[in-house]
Ligand binder design. Structure first.
Ligand SMILES: Cc1cc2nc3c(=O)[nH]c(=O)nc-3n(C[C@H](O)[C@H](O)[C@H](O)COP(=O)(O)OP(=O)(O)OC[C@H]3O[C@@H](n4cnc5c(N)ncnc54)[C@H](O)[C@@H]3O)c2cc1C
Length: 402
């Protein structure tokens, strides 16, 4: 059994063909462009987005009637894993764009779909969720951005931080606070085109080794958002964002195991060829066991990812499972890639190995879509329900007896 067999066994023939298209895209386009970009110390050329869009991949989960492929979440995860083997951040951002099209299809009005979906599918519109703020990350209830009613729409003020692809995004799903006539406050979601109003230019966040995320802060000042662009009514936006969070977490977890799988393959191949003290590095028990530990942990983390991904498709993935998959995958990949770098000696730390780039990008997975501490909190809150003691169960049953 190869690493991907378990996941592939759940895909249709059409989805498997999409995986093959992705592999070709990665070999012919993504990998060489990433290598060039990294050597220049810049993010990848934007033409990569157009080439990915030309394959129809930005509509991966949009149904065929909407111009997409209607693929399963399992397929999305498999494709993301393949891409993340070449670049975690590139996979994250390209798949984020695809996620925006899916979200628009599921929650958008007919007008919103007509105006925006073609642009999202073609890659002309680069979409990103904009929830976090300079003063509100883990605790989104603290967000300060305000949308105030005006004739024909809303005026938006505030700052959004850590927007993936934010340096080039031209369609944001912005969460902002609204105030009703009776003074009550709620959070609403808006589809905002920064270039169409008074958004201040995006300021990139400086992240050494992780510029491929193109993370940026975007500030709005009296930015007009028309009525038709309200996607989540006041009071509904927070719930809608939390509904999507389980899938987002499993998706990030999958990319982590995809990146670690690629790093381990690189390390095993190198250590099988490089000799020291008369035999291949891989034949030295100390080093072999270190990589065996990485492999065993990778398989365990990936099993959790596959289980959670299947449950997302079935609609039965609880928050604890999604949080556990991401927590374990991030930790396993972060530590595992470092071990792979060490196993290769100084060569592991060179740019051509690609491992340092993966390590720098995967490290940030610990924050995206919920920090590890927030995931612990989520898992912790479900402990009593998930692991009831036999004693407590017996007492409950006993109490019910007359
Ligand atoms: C690569 C990347 C991509 C991202 N993409 C997007 C995007 O597209 N859109 C978007 O809106 N946001 C995005 N984010 C932002 C991300 O959602 C936030 O980084 C995350 O929510 C954490 O917020 P923070 O960084 O402000 O940390 P803070 O909330 O300030 O937390 C700082 C530290 O304190 C810990 N902490 C906080 N509260 C508790 C607690 N109660 N108990 C214990 N520890 C606690 C956190 O775990 C963290 O370690 C992205 C971030 C990254 C790194």
């Amino acid at each position: 059994m190869s690493f991907f067999d378990e996941l592939d066994s759940g895909l249709t023939a059409r989805e498997l063909a999409l995986v093959r298209d992705t592999e070709r895209f990665c070999t012919e386009v993504l990998a060489p462009r990433l290598a060039q970009a990294r050597s220049r110390g810049e993010p990848c050329e934007r033409t990569v987005i157009a080439q990915w869009a030309a394959l129809g991949m930005l509509g991966l989960q949009v149904p065929e009637e909407g111009g997409g492929f209607g693929a399963s979440f399992l397929c999305k995860v498999r494709i993301a894993q393949t891409m993340a083997g070449h670049g975690f951040a590139a996979a994250f951002c390209l798949n984020n764009m695809q996620g925006m099209a899916t979200r628009l299809w599921r929650h958008g009005s007919a007008v919103q779909k007509e105006r925006l979906l073609p642009g999202l599918l073609s890659g002309r519109l680069i979409g990103a969720p904009a929830m976090s703020e300079p003063t509100a990350g883990s605790d989104l209830t603290q967000l300060r951005s305000q949308a105030v009613r005006t004739e024909g729409g809303w005026l938006l003020d505030g700052s959004k931080a850590w927007v993936s692809n934010g340096a080039i995004a031209n369609l944001l799903m912005v969460l902002a606070r609204t105030t009703a006539a009776d003074g009550s406050q709620a959070i609403a979601g808006f589809l905002v085109e920064p270039e169409a109003g008074k958004a201040f230019a995006a300021t990139p966040h400086e992240l050494p080794g992780a510029m491929e995320f193109r993370l940026a802060e975007i500030r709005f000042a009296q930015h007009f958002v028309p009525d038709w662009a309200l996607i989540h009514a006041p009071g509904e936006a927070f719930r809608a964002s939390m509904e999507a969070i389980n899938a987002a977490r499993v998706h990030v977890a999958a990319m982590c195991t995809g990146s670690l799988h690629a790093a381990l393959c690189t390390a095993v191949a190198y250590c099988g060829l490089r000799t020291a003290f008369g035999q291949p590095l891989l034949a030295h028990q100390g080093l072999q066991w270190a990589l065996a530990e990485v492999a065993a942990r990778l398989e365990a983390a990936n099993a959790l990812v596959v289980k959670a991904a299947r449950r997302i498709d079935a609609g039965t993935c609880g928050p604890e499972l999604a949080a556990s998959a991401k927590k374990i995958a991030v930790q396993t990949a972060t530590e595992g890639i470092e071990q792979c770098i060490r196993a290769m000696g100084a060569v592991g730390a060179t740019a051509p190995s690609g491992l340092v780039a993966l390590a720098s990008e995967v490290r940030l997975a610990a924050f995206a879509d919920g920090s590890t501490e927030m995931l612990n909190d989520r898992i912790g809150r479900g402990l009593a329900a998930a692991y009831p003691s036999a004693l407590a169960r017996g007492e409950q049953q006993g109490a019910q007896q007359p």
